[in-house]
Design a protein around this ligand. Structure first.
Ligand code: ZN
Length: 239
């Protein structure tokens, strides 16, 4: 199958040419992928030009059919299970130390160490994780908010950490910014993007020209970050 690079991403495609065809048509579907139907007088280079021109439409279509990561299996909080933090994956080690001096959960030498006195139910273990993430999120995100606020010369009236169902952040008209604590699971540059996105709403509440210019001023490649979120946001979960 021939391949084409569209905006840095390599795609395989199929050419179906025919002598009777009059027009070029591009099709994207789950089973056959990217297919270009063309009159046989078109060369491969000409067809690639057409694909390049239609790049954003194609990527949009392909993205919608295949590359969004599915929801992961529910966490069981058992040995060897992997958990994300700042975009990296760490294995869980469960220990039982009755004389525990340290926290119930810590990140130590590349592993999450969960110290349980007795067998605890999943929801309790989940709470331990959520509290750990929440604490880390507060510390990390507030520091970044402070940094980007200075860049923008705009301060939020408050920053709140919450549990959204279908978004990662919000900015109220009164300047209160809310972030879902789960963003602490994402890579640092993605967290920066989400932080900067909401802070840019202090300049403009809607996604207007002024908003995008502001955001691009802080995160020039914000479109790549949006794309990462489009594909990966399902994996940012602890339940
Ligand atoms: Zn927004």
């Amino acid at each position: 199958m021939p391949e084409i690079k569209l905006d840095g991403q390599i795609y395989q495609y199929l050419i179906k040419s025919s002598k009777v065809r009059k027009t070029v048509e591009i099709n994207v579907d789950k089973n056959s992928g990217l297919v270009i139907y063309a009159p046989s007088r078109f060369s491969q280079i000409e067809l690639e030009d057409i694909l390049t021109q239609k790049s954003s439409w194609i990527q949009d279509k392909l993205g919608k059919v295949e590359d969004v990561k599915p929801l992961p299996a529910p966490k069981k909080f058992v040995d060897d299970e992997k958990f994300l933090y700042l975009g990296k994956s760490y294995r869980l080690r469960i220990i039982s130390d009755p004389n525990k001096v340290s926290d119930a959960l810590k990140l130590y030498r590349g592993n999450f160490i969960l110290n349980v006195d007795e067998i605890q139910n999943t929801s309790k273990l989940k709470d331990i994780f959520i509290n750990w993430y929440l604490e880390k999120a507060k510390k990390y995100i507030l520091k970044k908010v402070d940094f980007y606020s200075k860049v923008l010369s705009k301060q939020p009236s408050d920053v709140v950490f919450t549990d959204f169902k279908s978004k990662w952040g919000s900015c109220d008209p009164d300047g209160v910014i809310k972030y879902d604590w789960r963003i602490i699971l994402a890579p640092k540059e993605i967290i920066d993007y989400i932080i900067a996105h909401e802070l840019s709403h202090l300049i403009s509440l809607t996604h207007d020209e002024k908003f995008w210019t502001t955001l691009a001023g802080i995160i020039p490649d914000f479109k790549e970050k949006e794309e990462w979120m489009r594909i990966n946001s399902n994996i940012l979960r602890v339940d």
